[in-house]
Write a protein that binds this ligand. Structure first.
Ligand code: 5GP
Length: 209
């Protein structure tokens, strides 16, 4: 099958374990997937490294990148810019890798509009109560921050119907394999195999005379 890589967007509420899910997927299938590294104007958190979690930059440089068309999508989230650099994604897709963008909903919908074959996945907890308990259980956030996260989750929930699949992150290892299967099944979608179908059609026509 003449398949280039698939573009995949993963979004989800804060506290649903998206980051861990991505790490595990890449560890299990390193030859298959590439994770895009975004550009952001927010400051690095302790332990975050330039070029690993993000490319950290300032507003001026970010806006120059927008102007130059260097980003596939971008959004303003919590007063900071976040965007996906185009070059890396294109390179990996051409090399046949399935490229994952872990981005929020506004960016996800921009990508889907520009590239309708993108697969949009939304990670959810098994229940709202689980999300609340997980956020509280971290013990690092104040009641106010937890309330703000729950409110944002409610807002983001309204966008889930525009996604292609939900991933229920109850048990990590099950969720990772489900994600892998969804993506790999997408490779057999007729719409992604137009050249193969056209080929077989032509050959059948030649052999049928
Ligand atoms: P954080 O600051 O916690 O790392 O990320 C905040 C939010 O920005 C998360 O929902 C994350 O998925 C999203 N995000 C990260 N990179 C990008 C990006 O390149 N574009 C968009 N639209 N959102 C992003």
């Amino acid at each position: 099958m003449e398949q280039k890589g698939i573009l995949i967007v993963v979004s989800g509420f804060a506290g649903t374990g998206k980051g861990t899910l991505m790490k595990e997927l890449l560890q299990r299938h390193p030859e298959q997937y590439a994770l895009s590294v975004s550009m952001t104007t927010r400051s690095p958190r302790p332990g975050e490294q330039e070029g690993v979690e993000y490319f950290f930059t300032d507003t001026e440089a970010f806006e120059r990148e927008i102007e130059a068309g260097g980003l596939i999508e971008y959004a303003c989230y919590c007063d900071h810019y976040y965007g996906t650099p185009r070059a890396y994604v294109n390179r990996q897709l051409s090399a046949g890798k399935d490229v994952i963008l872990e981005i929020e909903v506004q960016g996800a919908l921009q990508v889907k509009e520009k590239f309708p074959n993108t697969v949009l996945l939304f990670v959810v907890p098994p229940s709202a109560q689980t999300l609340y308990d997980r956020l509280k259980g971290r013990g690092t956030e104040s009641g106010e921050v937890i309330a703000a996260r729950m409110k944002r989750a409610l807002e983001e929930c309204a966008y889930i119907p525009q996604y292609d699949y939900i991933l229920i992150n109850d048990e990590l290892s099950v969720c990772v394999e489900q994600m892998h299967h969804i993506i790999q099944s997408e490779k057999f979608a007729a719409v992604r195999n137009a050249a193969f179908i056209e080929n077989i059609y032509c050959d059948l026509r030649n052999l049928s005379v």
